[in-house]
Design a protein around this ligand. Structure first.
Ligand code: HEM
Ligand SMILES: *[C@@H]1O[C@H](CO)[C@@H](O)[C@H](O)[C@H]1NC(C)=O
Ligand SMILES: *[C@@H]1O[C@H](CO)[C@@H](O)[C@H](O)[C@H]1NC(C)=O
Length: 490
């Protein structure tokens, strides 16, 4: 009796889901989808990018698939992406909800928050706080420069030798964002940051894996004690760490004299906490801090890793950067961010590094906030949207040299720096990366300071360099070693 009931229930449920997997009217074309799993079996977990390539070849710039039972539209090319996320920005500014990652974060925070007033308030606040960091005693630029001194020490102790730069760059970008958020840097060996990094790495693996797919497709299993529970536990660990930091701040802060992001947020909470519909809270502060740390660490450090990989293997480009740096910084102690206006070549190199690094190839998934249209197709509210940034960063017709590493992509005939419209490693529109200004300042100051003092070469015994990135949430170069020499000694 019980078994029959279960079977019957399963049948009904499959039929409902099958119904759900049908494409809506005038929806973009795509491969046929199974019930429940949708098109998930099309993709290999190791490198789904290859499988997407086949779909793009068969269906063109815009096609649809089912991630589980979630209807999804993939958009390629500048024209289509711009129409969606810039021209119809608010129609496309949502984030999918109801996935494992949303539940793990209790639907709070910034990066995965749906379009709405809480996201708007927090985004506006974070942008403002990251921009006018002058309101603390130490500017953003000074915080970055201080961290660079530690990186320089690491390099100084490796002169004449080779070193593996992964930890060093990860260290630097994590410490910079910790400085901004919590007013202090963390020794890499320090437990605090180690635990946060470990939990996030594990959770990224879980989120990319089969258990997350099952969680997203089969709501009935969500409360069972299956491996995805670990993600919730990891996240709680992070939450507890940041809550502790928050409590320390509450004890030591002086209202109106913020030392960092957390203090600024607490000031805002004190000022406006009584207002109706005000979305700020201490729990949101914890989630926002974790989001900013997560969003700002791997992205920046992977871009730096890509940069030095290419600069070592294109020595003439490295030398030309160094000539420009020497010339512009002559007699100066340290570079400042202002100097970029006199360094068109360096600027072009940094942008070209970002273009080839393609750090977040599919951006962060969006979701439509209402029924809308794109290139003549109808896209209902709640459709998941994947924007393929690779297709823009390497689009033929948008770049002088789409398929090679060449700073000329960002230089005009006079050697002046120009930024083509298709440069969108930070995405574009209302959801565009909120850390862009911080990231650009970091990339400039770190690369210029390091290149001024050191020469970086590809070790002789390292074999041919492999530029193919490793796939993850962000793309990262294969681990490599670099040889460090002092320039002055040559
Ligand atoms: C080179 C470094 C970086 C790259 C390539 C990058 C790229 C991106 C991309 C592609 C998105 C998704 C935009 C969209 O959904 O359309 C994003 C979102 C975001 N990034 Fe970055 N990012 C970088 C550095 C940073 C840094 C340093 C921070 C922190 C201060 C940061 C904070 C964020 C946040 C909070 C969002 C979510 C914005 C929202 O949902 O409204 N990013 N980033
Ligand atoms: C994104 O674009 C690149 C380059 O056009 C292509 O190789 C890749 O398959 C595309 N990915 C998706 C998800 O469509
Ligand atoms: C990471 O940063 C810490 C703190 O400055 C430092 O002690 C450690 O040596 C760094 N590690 C590397 C590989 O740069």
């Amino acid at each position: 009796m019980f078994v029959t009931a279960v079977l019957l229930w399963l049948c009904v449920w499959f039929i409902i889901l099958q119904f759900k997997s049908r494409r809506p009217k005038n929806f973009p074309p795509g491969p046929p989808a199974l019930p429940v799993l949708g098109n998930l079996l099309h993709f290999s977990p190791e490198n789904p990018l290859k499988d997407f390539e086949k779909l793009e070849k068969s269906y063109g710039d815009i096609y649809s698939l089912f991630m589980g039972s979630k209807p999804t539209v993939v958009i390629n090319g500048l024209k289509a992406i711009k129409e969606a996320i810039v021209i119809k920005g608010t129609d496309f500014a949502g984030r999918p909800q109801d996935l494992l990652v949303n539940d793990v974060r209790q639907r709070k925070g910034l990066v995965l928050a749906d379009y709405g007033s809480s996201w708007k308030d927090h985004r506006r606040f974070a942008l403002m706080t990251l921009r006018n960091f002058g309101l603390g005693k130490t500017s953003m630029e000074d915080r970055i420069k201080e961290e660079i001194q530690h990186t320089m020490k690491t390099l100084d102790s490796s002169i004449g030798e080779t070193l593996s730069p992964q930890v060093m760059f990860h260290n630097a970008s994590s410490n910079i964002i910790c400085q901004v958020l919590f007013g202090k840097r963390y020794e890499y060996e320090d437990e605090t940051i180690k635990v946060i990094v470990r939990c996030f790495t594990e959770n990224a693996k879980i989120a990319n894996g089969p258990w997350a797919m099952l969680y997203d497709s089969l709501p009935v299993i969500r409360n069972l004690p299956l491996p995805f529970r670990k993600a919730f536990k990891n996240f709680e660990t992070c939450q507890n760490i940041v809550t502790k930091l928050l409590n320390e701040h509450k004890k030591t802060r002086v209202p109106g004299e913020p030392r960092d992001f957390v203090d600024c947020y607490l000031d805002e909470l004190a000022k406006r906490g009584e207002e109706e519909d005000f979305s700020f809270s201490e729990e949101e502060l914890v989630m926002n801090s974790l989001d900013l740390h997560f969003a700002g660490t791997d992205t920046t450090s992977n871009t730096l890793l890509t940069g030095f990989l290419y600069l070592m293997n294109y020595p003439h480009i490295q030398e030309r950067c160094q000539q420009e740096i020497d010339q512009v910084l002559e007699g100066k102690d340290q570079p400042s961010y202002e100097d970029r206006h006199h360094m068109p070549y360096m600027q072009a190199v940094i942008h070209e590094v970002q273009r080839v690094a393609n750090t977040v190839p599919l951006s962060v998934f969006h979701c439509t906030t209402k029924n809308t249209e794109l290139l003549g197709f109808s896209i209902p509210q709640g459709t998941m949207i994947i924007q393929n940034l690779t297709s823009v960063l390497k689009e033929e017709g948008q770049w002088k040299f789409p398929h090679e590493f060449n700073p000329e992509n960002f230089l005009d005939e006079q050697g002046e720096f120009v930024k083509p419209e298709a440069f969108m490693p930070f995405s574009a529109g209302p959801r565009m990366c909120l850390g862009e200004s911080l990231a650009r300042m970091e990339l400039f100051l770190i690369m210029v300071t390091l290149l001024r003092r050191f020469k970086f070469t590809w070790p002789k015994d390292a074999g041919e360099p492999d530029f193919t990135p490793v796939y993850g949430i962000t793309l990262t170069p294969k681990p490599y070693r670099m040889k460090v020499q002092l320039r002055a000694e040559q």
